[in-house]
Design a protein. Structure first.
Length: 613
């Protein structure tokens, strides 16, 4: 039998402490028990509604072009394929679209998410190129998610204060805004919709004997895999269910997991066969192709993600702080996580549901550690986090349980920790959720404006952008295509930051960026680091350049002419087919939301071009 979470009423505690707790519990309990899942979902959607004004951002522009130009089959199979791993295809994107010349020829960033792609296709077919409608669909999925999560908490914990609190914390968590505020991130919501529905059906089968759940659970799990790779996170919860909540014998518990494992193996084999996955990118670590690197990223990024879920620290900051400070952040994360872990210890020892939430939460961190830490990925992790927190607040603070330690040396610090967590997730999170839903507009807000502002050029012209990196080369052509503007051949000389240009002759330019190419964040300028981190998106240190390596592009060859002490390019020499003053070369530097014309240095001269401020 599955152990259900009955309400804790502290009948064994001494009168004064219990009497003080019950009035406090009564108010919150009434709210937690009376608020319906649909009402919580409405609150969540209202708080996240600023996403409706977020517009298109980054990958959205790429999707818009593909949805307009591709048939449905290509949309379902290739909407989330950014780089296929084909060297010739990558060379063409460098030559025509301006993808940085330092891109790894074997770069693969390809995901198979046909179910999510179908929702984007419906956006375009029903409402055209309307970002408000697209965000409205994402908000609708958020409503579905919150309803399912709230019902699942009540299913496992019963009609208790703990279940109501858990649902409330989940509904107003700031990470929900980060997931819903970017249209291209809709898959993060869809996988958890399918995942929570999977868990509910599995529970109906194992606890209530409803055999339909034995079929519906795996079917929903399969649908989740077609929505996004993050669906793998539900396996941790299924394993935790078998360990801590399933009342069958050991063999029956193992058999209950078999359909999901068979589906996972089949899906993964097909996924690999079709050429999906990642390779050569500093953002991603593919567990199949790079198992050792993936383990290392889990050990590094996992604590950061958990730290961000439990305490008010955005996970995105980890990737943009100087590399020398990342070790300090990891230490702080470990200490900050140890604090609630100590308070949770009695709860974990006493309640199987708490152990279920904890193991599911920890396991859900593993698949999302395959990419850089971001709060929008915490949608599955939050399911376990807030189940734990709901039980913790209820049993420690509102209605102290008989099994809690009686020593004041434990109880008062525990109350302080629980009170702090309640303020973070019950008070602060609802206040920041609206801002998180729109914050995606603050990530490279100038990208669209700059793409449209560049002087119209034809395919025979070359747009020479002094600094830019990936955002220039990847999104500008797509934005201009959507606006029916001319598209020159984009050439990016160097990543964001200061760069020194030296001209030895009429057709040659030596380019030396401050910090070199593929540099890790090293300054205290977080905005600059945000841009520089994209340098390593397209190439990892595992695929270094050698001195003299040359990239051949139409009208220009790029040669690595100097390396730094770690083997990364420190200087690149561009040899153009025409003099640098030729009319076919349009030189520009980014300034604000637009461009300033740039005049290359005279022969024999050297100039320092400062980054846009």
């Amino acid at each position: 039998m599955v152990q259900s979470g009955a309400e804790i009423v502290c009948p064994e505690r001494a009168g004064a402490e219990c009497a003080a707790a019950l009035p406090r519990a009564a108010v919150i309990q009434r709210l937690a028990l009376r608020v319906r899942p649909s009402a919580l979902a409405l609150v969540s959607a209202i708080l996240a509604s600023p996403a409706l004004l977020a517009g298109w951002n980054l990958d959205d522009h790429l999707f818009r072009h593909r949805l307009a130009a591709w048939p449905l089959r290509d949309v379902l199979m290739r909407l989330f394929v950014f780089w296929s791993g084909d060297a010739e295809e990558t060379r063409q994107t460098m030559d025509r679209w301006g993808v940085p010349w330092w891109t790894d020829p074997g770069l693969r960033v390809a995901f198979w998410r046909p179910l999510t792609a179908l929702t984007h296709w419906l956006d375009f077919r029903l409402w055209g190129d309307d970002p408000v409608a697209a965000h409205a669909q994402s908000l609708l999925w958020l409503v579905v998610l919150v309803v399912l999560v709230a019902r699942f908490y009540r299913r496992l914990l019963g009609p208790t204060t703990a279940a109501g609190l858990a649902a409330f914390f989940y509904a107003v968590d700031g990470a929900r805004g980060a997931a819903v505020g970017w249209v291209a991130s809709r898959n993060a919501i869809l996988v958890v919709v399918c995942g929570v529905a999977t868990l509910a059906q599995h529970d109906r089968w194992r606890r209530n004997g409803r055999r339909a759940g034995a079929l519906l659970g795996p079917l929903l799990f399969g649908a989740g895999l077609l929505a996004g790779e993050g669906e793998v996170g539900v396996l941790g919860y299924l394993a935790a269910y078998a360990l801590f909540l399933d009342g069958g014998d050991a063999r029956a518990r193992l058999r209950s997991l078999a359909p999901y494992l068979v589906l996972l193996v089949g899906w993964h084999a097909l996924y690999q066969h079709l050429g999906y996955g990642t390779a050569g990118s500093g953002f991603y670590a593919d567990p199949a192709r790079e198992p050792l690197r993936f383990v290392a990223t889990v050990l590094e990024r996992g604590p950061v993600l958990l730290f961000s879920q439990w305490w008010p620290w955005p996970a995105e900051l980890y990737s943009v702080v100087p590399v020398g400070e990342q070790g300090t952040i990891l230490v702080c994360a470990a200490v900050a996580l140890l604090v609630p872990a100590v308070v949770l210890a009695p709860l974990l020892a006493h309640r199987p549901t708490a152990r279920f939430w904890a193991l599911g939460m920890a396991a859900a961190v593993v698949p999302i550690s395959a990419t850089i830490p971001e709060d929008r990925l915490l949608v599955f992790v939050g399911l376990g986090t807030f189940g734990l927190l709901g039980e913790l607040v209820s049993s420690v603070w509102l209605q102290p349980a008989a099994w809690l330690p009686r020593e004041r040396g434990w109880r008062w610090p525990a109350l302080g920790v629980v009170g702090a967590l309640f303020l973070v997730h019950g008070v602060a999170s609802p206040s920041v959720l609206p801002g998180r839903a729109r914050e995606v507009t603050t990530i490279f807000p100038e990208v669209r404006a700059r793409a449209l502002a560049f002087p119209t050029g034809g395919p025979d012209e070359q747009a020479i952008v002094v600094q830019g990196g990936l955002p220039v080369g990847f999104y500008y052509p797509e934005i201009r295509l959507a606006a029916h503007l001319g598209i020159p051949r984009w050439r990016v000389l160097a990543p964001e930051g200061d760069v020194r240009l030296t001209r030895p002759d009429a057709r040659t330019l030596r380019v030396r960026p401050r910090g070199g190419y593929l540099a890790e964040p090293a300054s205290d300028d977080y905005v600059a680091n945000q841009r520089r981190r994209f340098d390593t998106f397209v190439r990892t240190p595992d695929h270094p350049f050698a001195l003299g390596d040359t990239v051949h592009l139409t009208g220009v060859d790029v040669e690595v002419t100097a390396l730094d002490g770690e083997g990364r390019p420190a200087e690149a020499t561009f040899r153009f087919a025409v003099p640098l003053e030729d009319a076919s070369l349009r030189w520009a530097v980014a300034r604000g939301d637009g461009w300033a014309p740039f005049r290359p240095p005279a022969v024999g001269e050297s100039v320092l071009v400062e980054a846009a401020r």
